[in-house]
Design a protein around this ligand. Structure first.
Ligand code: ATP
Ligand code: MG
Ligand code: FE
Length: 335
């Protein structure tokens, strides 16, 4: 199939042309990061407006750089959700307009399914597999028996890991987005603060990061009151070690219990050096095949949406002109 895909769930306006679910013909992304930096986080209303401003141009570029036109496209795919509703609506409205005017099938895609399928653009997914999703809004362990077959076996009960990174970064005065900054500092510091590792109930694959976030804030507060020096790089290392140990520990337990040989990692936090190294080491020791997308496919993009859409297209999944953006959707209902 040749699919034109569109993604606008957060602060990236993206369009891509994907062949057969794994061949990137074009992949255009316009990020609004510099705009939102000024506000210390993504401002939904601002995001929607910026999507409107560049959407048409991004789609045109995707078609042009793929050396193709709507006539040759088999289907139009778009992120239906989850995400910021106003942002999603711009992509959905654009996809509907294109599909309607060119009489092409319209395929709705789950954003997190997209993040997982970013791995399929690197190497064909092999089943069964465990997917670790670590992004700005999600922290999940998903078991997949086959294409489009998602079973959530664990998820965060409070903050997503990327969210925890951004909040902790803010408390130590680092600019948004804080994840990359903490990651950089964590390479330089030492684990001196012994933050808690939150494992929850034995056998649970759920996560909780709000306690860790509070522990960081309380520690900084106490140190300030006692006039003790706060070494940012040590805070970063101590925080990152706690996060990575729990993420890797639960992922490895899941791999063993579900008896799989394949691990894929997805979402913006998959860019984290500490996490990548720990996963690489553990997977090597256990002979597990590990796939982590390159950075530009870890963060939001439309190529990953086109990859999922190929399999949905083959399965006959279609949406009609009533399609709407949805701020939350159940990934297990994908098939
Ligand atoms: P979702 O996909 O759940 O809707 P999102 O698309 O906004 O969320 P992503 O773009 O996948 O999230 O990831 C952004 C998050 O990744 C931010 O919280 C950012 O701080 C974090 N991040 C990026 N690079 C790193 C890194 N090297 N270490 C830790 N966190 C990072
Ligand atoms: Mg983003
Ligand atoms: Fe995302």
């Amino acid at each position: 199939s040749l699919i034109l895909s569109i993604e606008t769930s957060c602060d990236e306006t993206a369009a891509s042309v994907i062949k057969n679910g794994n061949e990137i013909i074009s992949n255009e992304v316009v990020t609004q990061m510099m705009t939102h930096k000024k506000f210390g986080g993504v401002v939904p209303e601002v995001a929607s407006r910026q999507h409107v401003e560049v959407m048409t141009q991004v789609i045109d570029e995707a078609l042009k750089n793929a050396n193709t036109s709507m006539e040759e496209i088999d289907a139009v795919a778009v992120t239906e959700g989850p995400g910021l509703i106003g942002a999603l609506l711009i992509g959905v409205a654009s996809a509907k307009a294109l599909a309607f005017s060119h009489q092409k099938p319209l395929i709705p895609v789950h954003h997190i399914a997209g993040h997982i399928y970013a791995n399929h653009l690197i190497q064909p997914l092999k089943f069964p597999l465990i997917a670790l999703i670590v992004s700005g809004g999600h922290t999940e362990l998903i078991y997949m028996k086959d294409h489009l077959d998602f079973e959530i076996i664990g998820e965060t009960r409070d903050d997503a890991v990327g969210e925890a990174y951004d909040k902790v970064a803010r408390t130590i005065g680092l600019p948004y987005p804080g994840g990359p900054e903490i990651d950089r500092l964590a390479q330089l510091g030492e684990d001196t603060l012994n933050f808690p590792r939150v494992w929850l109930e034995k056998d649970s694959y759920d996560f909780s990061f709000s306690g860790l976030k509070s522990a960081v804030i309380n520690t900084l507060h106490n140190k300030k009151q006692k006039n003790e020096e706060i070494v940012s790089k040590d805070v970063a290392t101590s925080f990152q070690n706690s996060v990575v140990e729990v993420l890797v520990g639960k992922t490895i337990s899941a791999i063993k219990e579900y008896n799989v040989n394949e691990l894929v990692v997805a979402g913006g936090v998959a860019a984290n050096k500490g996490l990548r190294e720990a996963l690489q080491k553990n997977c090597q020791d256990l002979n597990i095949n590990l796939t982590i997308p390159p950075l530009n496919l870890c963060t939001d993009n439309a190529a990953m949406i086109g990859s999922v859409a190929h399999f949905l297209y083959l399965n006959g999944k279609r949406a009609d002109m009533r399609l709407n953006g949805r701020s939350s959707i159940d990934i297990e209902m994908t098939k």
